[in-house]
Design a protein around this ligand. Sequence first.
Ligand SMILES: C[S@@+](CC[C@H](N)C(=O)[O-])C[C@H]1O[C@@H](n2cnc3c(N)ncnc32)[C@H](O)[C@@H]1O
Length: 251
Amino acid sequence: MSKSGYQTVLPLLADSGSTSGSVYSADRIVQAPALELPEVLNPNTRLKMDGLEFLSLLPESSIPVGFLDPQYRGVLEKLSYGNEGKSRGRRRSALEQMNEDKIGQFILGIDRVLIPSGHLFLWVDKFHLCQGVRDWFHGTKLDIVDLLTWDKGTFGMGYRTRRRAEYCAVLQKDPRKAKGVWKAHNIPDVVQETVSQRDHPHAKPVELQGALLAAVSHEGDYVIDPAAGSFSVLEAAQLRGRNFLGCDING
Ligand SMILES: C[S@@+](CC[C@H](N)C(=O)[O-])C[C@H]1O[C@@H](n2cnc3c(N)ncnc32)[C@H](O)[C@@H]1O
């Protein structure tokens, strides 16, 4: 168990640079520039701020990796079961929701601040995955290069099948390449990690996010999350010796 009650079954995700006998490169030759931050952006803290304002304060082409886990309207609509409005449902409904236009603005802001070949890990639910999310990053330098399935190991809600997974689309900014950029080659594309949602109804897996951000950054690099919820990415960044910059409208 990690300090926030996250339980993991991820033996494969320890840092491993070994690529002996494979065609993969474990080197990362991409470097982020030194970052000069306005005073209001205090690293490694839980900032209470609008995510779009946060992104506008970051210098262009300065950040190697970001996460975005939108507060989907669609999910709230699709998940309006009989018990919504009680317990977890009430906490979900209290969160500020993002429409498609707002999600597009967040992605545009992230595209602006990512360095060339930088990565965005975008959490997507199954409804949006089926409908497609390409419109959200139309007109940016980002495109999808991979997809992971997070098996939560718990039995969720659903009128037909019961939800047990969420998805993380891996987007990369131009020029898109893995060699010399993505340095870990031990991350499977289906990962089970159990997460306590005591603190936030949408908390995401810390160890998986730690493995992903470590694959595309150097120690000491900055990782951003403009809609951070429980600040699981802050915890992941600290576990991996990276700096975190992020906020949530609710703090
Ligand atoms: C799906 S949750 C993120 C969960 C997070 N990934 C975690 O692991 O806990 C989305 C969050 O976006 C926040 N949010 C909604 N609109 C926002 C905005 N304009 N700026 C910043 N945060 C916002 C909500 O308060 C909510 O906590």
